[in-house]
Ligand binder design. Structure first.
Ligand SMILES: Cc1ncc(COP(=O)(O)O)c(C=O)c1O
Length: 358
C-alpha cells in the first residue's frame, strides 16, 4: 500500500530527490566516496555547498547584500541566537501561534520584549493586517512567524517593518511561494519541511545586521563569524546540505517557487473546500483569510471521533494526520513535495468517514 505522508516535519521529501541521493549514496558524482565520507573542506564538498547556496539564492531571488547560512541547532536555536545578537534595548514580537510564543520565552531571557500583538486569547486563529501593527519606535527588531505550523495560520503578506529590521521564522512556509526578501533583515527556517532533512537551519541575513553582532559573542552563536567562514566555522551537516542542494535542483526543474505557489493553492483548496462543504462535521481551526496553505488544521465533532478518524486514516494509508499534542484535532501538512492526488484521496476518505459517523 502506498502511503500519503501528511507529517508536519520532518516531512515528505520529493521521491526524485531520495532516489538521486540513493543512487549517489556510495559515490558522490562518481568520486568513489559518499558525501558523508569526505572532508567538508574538500573541493567536492565545496561544490555541494555552493550549489545549495546558489539554489536558495536563485529560488528566492536573494539579493547580493544577504548571506545564506546553513546552521545547526534547529529553528529553536534561532529563538535564542537572534536576541543574543541583536536585542540591545528592546524587541517587538508579534505572536500568532505556539512557535511565536516559544520565541518570546527565549528572547525574554536576554532583555526587554514587547509583545505588540498576540492572538492567543482568541485561540491563535488569525493573523493581523499590517495596519493593526504598531511597532515601538525604539525596537531593535520585529519578530514574527510567517506560518504557525501547529495552529495552521499564515501571513499572506511580507510584513513591512517601516525601517525597523524584520526577523521572520519561516520554517514551515519557506520556498512554498515567492517572497520579497528585501523586506526582511533575517529569515530563518528549520530545513525539515520544505528544504531538506532535519539538522540544518537556513538563515538568510542582511549584511548590515552582521555588523551589529557583539564583538565578544561566543563563536558558534556569532552570525558574523559563521558568515565569514562560509557556514564552516565547525563541521557542518554535510549530508543535510547535500540534500538541500538536491531539493533546490528539484524545485528549479518544477518551475520554482511561483509554480509551487500555484500548486500549493490548489492542494489547500481541495482540503478546505471539503471542510467547508461538510455541513459542520469538519470545522477549520483558522479564520478563512488566515488559513495556512501548508498546515490544514481542523476538528471533528468530538475527540473520540478525532481519534477514530486518525486510526482509520492510518489504516487506509494516510499518515501523520494527528494534530500537535498541544492542541489536538487533525492537521494535514501538505508541503511542496506532497502530491495533489494525496489531497484528493484524503478528501474522499473524509467524505466517507463523515457519512458513516454523522
Ligand atoms: C514555525 C516553526 N518554528 C520553529 C520550529 C522549531 O524547529 P526545530 O525543531 O528545527 O528547532 C518549528 C518546528 O516544527 C516550526 O514549525
Amino acid at each position: 500500500m502506498g502511503i500519503y505522508n501528511f507529517s508536519a516535519g520532518p516531512a515528505i521529501l520529493p521521491p526524485e530527490v531520495l532516489e538521486k541521493a540513493q543512487n549517489e549514496l556510495l559515490s558522490l558524482n562518481g568520486i568513489g566516496m559518499s558525501v558523508m565520507e569526505i572532508s567538508h573542506r574538500s573541493a567536492h564538498f565545496a561544490r555541494v555547498l555552493e550549489s545549495a547556496e546558489n539554489g536558495i539564492r536563485e529560488l528566492l531571488e536573494v539579493p547580493e547584500n544577504y548571506k545564506i547560512l546553513f546552521l545547526q541547532g534547529g529553528a529553536s536555536l534561532q529563538f535564542s541566537m537572534i536576541p543574543m545578537n541583536f536585542l540591545k534595548t528592546a524587541a517587538d514580537y508579534v505572536v500568532t501561534g505556539a512557535w511565536g510564543e516559544k520565541a518570546v520565552k527565549e528572547a525574554r531571557k536576554c532583555g526587554t520584549v514587547n509583545v505588540i500583538l498576540s492572538t492567543k486569547e482568541s485561540g491563535f486563529r488569525s493573523v493581523p493586517a499590517q495596519d493593526e501593527l504598531n511597532f515601538s519606535q525604539t525596537a531593535d527588531y520585529i519578530h514574527y512567524c510567517s506560518n504557525e505550523t501547529i495552529d495552521g495560520v499564515e501571513f499572506k503578506y511580507d510584513l513591512d517593518g517601516k525601517g525597523i529590521p524584520v526577523v521572520c521564522d519561516a520554517s514551515s512556509n519557506i520556498l512554498s511561494k515567492p517572497i520579497d526578501v528585501e523586506k526582511y533583515a533575517l529569515i530563518y527556517a528549520g530545513a525539515q519541511k520544505n528544504i531538506g532533512p532535519s539538522g540544518v537551519t537556513l538563515v538568510i541575513i542582511r549584511d548590515d545586521l552582521l555588523e551589529k553582532v557583539p564583538t565578544n559573542q561566543f563563536s558558534m552563536l556569532d552570525y558574523r563569524a559563521i558568515a565569514a567562514n562560509d557556514s564552516m566555522l565547525n563541521t557542518p551537516n554535510t549530508w543535510g546540505i547535500y540534500l538541500i542542494s538536491l531539493v533546490c535542483e528539484w524545485l528549479k526543474a518544477k518551475g520554482g517557487v511561483s509554480a509551487m505557489a500555484r500548486l500549493n493553492e490548489e492542494k489547500a483548496k481541495i482540503l478546505y473546500d471539503a471542510i467547508d462543504t461538510s455541513d459542520g462535521f469538519y470545522s477549520g481551526h483558522a479564520e478563512k483569510k488566515a488559513r495556512s496553505l501548508m498546515n490544514v488544521t481542523f476538528r471533528l465533532p468530538s475527540e473520540n471521533l478525532e481519534k477514530q478518524f486518525v486510526e482509520e486514516a492510518t489504516l487506509s494509508g494516510f499518515d501523520g494526520l494527528k494534530g500537535h499534542r498541544s492542541v489536538g484535532g487533525i492537521r494535514a501538512s501538505v508541503y511542496n513535495a506532497f502530491p495533489k492526488e494525496g489531497t484528493r484521496a484524503l478528501v474522499e476518505f473524509m467524505r466517507e468517514f463523515a457519512h458513516k459517523n454523522d
